[in-house]
Design a protein. Structure first.
Length: 457
């Protein structure tokens, strides 16, 4: 009896499992899919006339309609829909024909599927929606169609909890459109705990990995918690930031690590198309601040003395705007033997953005930004790019300016009048730059020697 019951339970389990699988294609179903793939309308019509299952699937769960969409066969798709093909039947990964049409940038098929009952909010297994994909493609027409089809504007994908409004960064017209349809500008992504190794440089670094560095242990903290505004700032999208502020977004809403919009606009690393793996990872990184966004936020009263978990402040970022010189290259800070001046070396060249950068630094100082705020930890980068962080822990904005090879032009232009004097918070920006030698001395005697050699070749 016990054996008989076991057989019954096993049979029932198999039945339930099979019931949950998509219908396997019969020989005629296989021919229907093949006809759809090749656009053979006569054979397609003949098979439909014989009542072939139009929703039969192949081994990956794809229907004839899905194949028609993937192959861009508009006429085939229309015929299958007329024969009651299900526009919401998904494949093994939860991908619908509508998502396939969007990813193929097939505007006509998107319109056709929506007109025949495609669900504009049907997400695939990872939670990514048709609206997210249309936004990612930057297609205003497709986004408008989906919104007209009642797409869920605030749906979140599963991994990080991102929304379509976040994905609109870099496309201000889409940001504005989504906001007009109720997109949540207060939404934040998931946050999580991370542990980061503190790599502190000794004198110089070798190669893309930044070796040798001292391993000073690790520190823990939160990551994530990014808002649509932080996404827009990361993309350097001034117009989207303006639209978000106009909609009521909080200009001081911080990410989980403490990064505010103002800090993000100045201390901003982005990954480019050249981002690689392993030891070449840092080559795809760019220093991408946006002084225009920073000035906009300052105009709106953004908080000045804020910091991320590494201790970097907006003033640190503003100094690094000058250090990077508007080139997009990662800032180079500290003792660099290969860049020391020789008697016949040319004078340091002023960065192209010197006037803009100095003006921004002066504005922050006038608003009582703290020039003595010290960094606490290093800024983590992608695997294989340890030198994302531009300076050692304990660095103040003043240290960054004093130790910067690129900032030496500002010092050297005043070399004839350079006098060692006490640095005061009440000094003007020019006075602060004049007394850089003392700052270097306080920081490290070796750095003072290196800087003095460059100042007086």
């Amino acid at each position: 009896m016990r054996t008989y019951r076991a057989h019954l339970l096993a049979a029932a389990s198999v039945t339930l499992i099979l019931a949950g699988l998509p219908a396997a294609a019969t020989p005629s179903g296989d021919r229907l899919i093949a006809a759809a793939q090749d656009g053979l309308m006569a054979e397609l019509d003949a098979l439909i006339a014989k009542h072939t299952d139009v929703n039969a699937t192949d081994s990956a769960g794809a229907t004839a309609l899905a194949w028609a969409v993937m192959r861009g066969k508009d006429e085939v798709a229309a015929r299958l829909l007329k024969a009651h093909a299900d526009p919401n039947r998904t494949d093994a990964n939860g991908v619908s024909p509508l998502l396939l049409a969007i990813d193929s940038n097939a505007l006509g098929l998107v319109k056709l599927l929506l007109a025949n009952g495609a669900n504009a909010s049907l997400a695939r297994d990872d939670g990514e929606t048709p609206l997210m994909h249309a936004v990612q493609a930057g297609s205003l027409d497709m986004v408008q169609m989906l919104l007209a089809g009642k797409a869920d504007v605030n749906a979140r994908e599963k991994q990080f909890g991102q929304t379509a409004l976040m994905w609109a960064a870099g496309h201000p017209e889409l940001t504005t459109l989504l906001l007009s349809h109720g997109a949540d500008f207060r939404a934040a992504t998931k946050s999580w705990e991370t542990s980061t190794v503190n790599y502190v440089n000794v004198t110089s670094t070798l190669g893309a990995t930044g070796i040798p560095w001292n391993n000073e242990g690790s520190y823990s903290g939160k990551a994530g918690g990014s808002t649509p505004m932080l996404f827009a700032i990361q993309a350097g999208d001034l117009k989207s930031v303006e639209a978000l502020i106009a909609a009521g977004a909080d200009i001081n809403q911080a990410a989980a690590d403490g990064t505010t919009p103002l800090l993000a606009s100045l201390y901003n690393f982005s990954t480019g198309a050249g981002m690689g793996a392993g030891r070449n990872a840092s080559r795809g990184l760019r220093y991408a601040p946006s002084p225009a966004i920073a000035n906009l936020l300052l105009d709106r009263g953004a908080q000045i003395n804020v910091s991320d978990r590494a201790g970097y402040t907006p003033l640190h970022g503003a100094v690094l705007v000058l250090v990077a010189g508007g080139t997009g290259r990662l800032p180079q800070i500290g003792f660099q033997p290969t860049k020391l001046s020789t008697p016949d070396a040319p004078a340091p060249v002023a960065p192209k953005n010197e006037a803009e950068g100095l003006k921004l630094v002066a504005r922050l100082l006038d608003l009582h930004a703290d020039p003595n705020a010290e960094t606490k930890n290093t800024t983590p980068g992608p695997v294989g790019a340890l030198r994302v962080n531009p300076a050692s822990t304990g660095s103040t904005p003043f240290h960054l300016a004093a130790l910067s090879i690129r900032s030496l032009h500002s010092f050297r232009s005043q070399a004839d009048e350079l006098k060692l004097q006490r640095c005061s918070l009440d000094d003007t920006l020019a006075d602060k730059l004049q007394c850089c030698s003392l700052c270097v001395l306080q920081w490290n005697q070796m750095f003072m020697i290196a800087t003095t050699v460059t100042l007086y070749p």
